[in-house]
Design a protein. Structure first.
Length: 177
């Protein structure tokens, strides 16, 4: 399953909404087990997420790009990139909003391929930096981001899920120089 040559990264299509939502929910349940209340993770619904995703698909100004990774005919991962959000303001930098894999695809090269294509597209758009936010306790994700050249920049944000503090750490990677 680690044959990266069989991976294909492409823009997300409307027909991908259900599978992307399934991957997002499975990804949250896998990545955040023990970091967020289990009751919250159990309450996540791929069906509800897909309904929202379909309703929003194609809206917006086109600045957010959703990419999917496929292996053969199977959609195995999803990433979303766009302008960095500083509160309500968008800056000239980019942000990796999300990157999730079907948990069975972890350590197969799919995440690395999605990351490389996301970074390539951000650089092609002229961005100098890419930021992302990661749950402080998510050691697996933090190692993945660090291997991709990201570094924590010291900025943290409090985040609360069902009354449990789940702080996030900001990471940055330079795209130029």
């Amino acid at each position: 399953m680690d044959d990266a040559e069989s991976l294909h990264i492409r823009p997300m299509a409307f027909a991908d909404c259900d599978r992307v939502s399934e991957i997002r929910v499975l990804g949250w349940q896998f990545a955040y087990r023990g970091l967020m209340p289990q009751s919250y993770l159990d309450s996540l619904s791929a069906k509800t997420d897909a309904e929202r995703r379909r309703a929003r698909f194609g809206q917006g100004d086109g600045s957010v790009l959703n990419l999917v990774a496929t292996r053969g005919t199977e959609l195995v991962g999803w990433a979303a990139i766009g302008p960095y959000r500083d509160g309500e303001l968008r800056t000239g930098d980019a942000e990796l909003y999300a990157i999730y894999l079907d948990p069975h695809q972890v350590s197969t090269g799919a995440g690395r391929a999605l990351m490389q294509e996301s970074l390539r597209r951000c650089a092609a758009l002229g961005h100098d930096h890419v930021y992302l936010w990661v749950v402080r306790g998510n050691a697996r994700a933090r190692r993945f981001y660090e291997r991709a050249g990201f570094r924590a920049d010291g900025t943290e944000e409090p985040h609360e899920v069902e009354g449990v503090l789940v702080p996030e750490v900001r990471y940055v990677r330079e795209l130029r120089g």
